[in-house]
Write a protein that binds this ligand. Sequence first.
Ligand SMILES: Nc1ncnc2c1ncn2[C@@H]1O[C@H](COP(=O)(O)OP(=O)(O)OP(=O)(O)O)[C@@H](O)[C@H]1O
Length: 353
Amino acid sequence: MLDALRGVDDPELHRSVVDLGMVREIKIDGTEVTVHLALTIAGCPLREYFHRVVPERVRAECPEVTAVQVELSAMTDEERTEAVGGVRVTVPRVGESGSRTRIIAVGSGKGGVGKSTVAVNLAAALAAEGHRVGLLDADIWGFSVPHMLGATGRPTIVGDLIMPLDAHGLAVLSIGNFLPEEGPVVWRGPMLHKALEQMLGDVHWDDRDYLVIDMPPGTGDVSISLSQFLPNADFLLVTTPHESAERVALRAARMMTKVGLRLTGVVENMASFVCDDCGREHELFGTGAGTRLAELLDVPLLARIPLEPACTTTGTPTVLAHPEAAASLRFGELAKTIAAKPSLLHRPLPLFT
Ligand SMILES: Nc1ncnc2c1ncn2[C@@H]1O[C@H](COP(=O)(O)OP(=O)(O)OP(=O)(O)O)[C@@H](O)[C@H]1O
């Protein structure tokens, strides 16, 4: 019976209820079974999940069982600390040596060029390729990821570990999940540094394959902190074809090298418009900006994403809502390009060092 329960995972901690020490008692009375589980938090929103999954699992493993009762209680503080402590030990923190999570930081010079759109769709496209992906919205002042993914709830906290939200198969966390809807963020450098440290270290990212980070535009305290926490991050710079965006992106790239971030490649967003009727691609805002910027920075132009009216849809990333759209196909190619290169160009920009 214990073996049957080994197949039941705590959906937040992603560990078997047996390994987490949640199984308190198993009573067998003929062909009827009662399982008592101690949950990590009282009033756990996952009660319904356990009432459904435990009987399913037991019946699948032991077909002779005719009835399964599930009783739930809550762990004590000490028991919870021990259970969560076990999770921490086996899962290295993101950015620590031993963590196999590849960090993809998505930044831009100017705001509004589609950095969050690229981060969200890249994360979803990587997940669609079968990778386990986390998405951290570090755009402290302009967070938009909760809205874009419909992940506006509050995260659960187990012991001192924060559980990211689940949205479309992505583990997601934004500063917006801790703040009132329209609340302002008035944080100075040291507070920001601490908040970011917590969002990387105290969140149960669970050894994901990728953690995509939506950075704030430009460079500043957040970029400096992240360069310290995550020196091996792959950094993608998003720009649009507009000359002004290109200039600002170039300046941002220079500043990034000064804080030690390493640029991996350029993504040109809103690069063109693909006509539904004739299928032709029109360069509405001029050509060559992404290529020029990539050449100047001596990094590859990783993708050119066309304008996509459906990109404004909120709640579901375009790659999932409209997988056939031209932009979605390019996001898919971008995900493949990134996944195909286990370690992209980890080196300082030659021009500016
Ligand atoms: N390829 C695209 N086609 C059409 N609309 C797009 C595209 N990319 C982004 N957008 C739209 O442009 C607006 C700005 O995008 P987004 O919020 O991703 O930019 P950002 O660079 O993250 O901005 P900020 O720095 O202010 O957070 C959004 O309304 C988004 O839906």
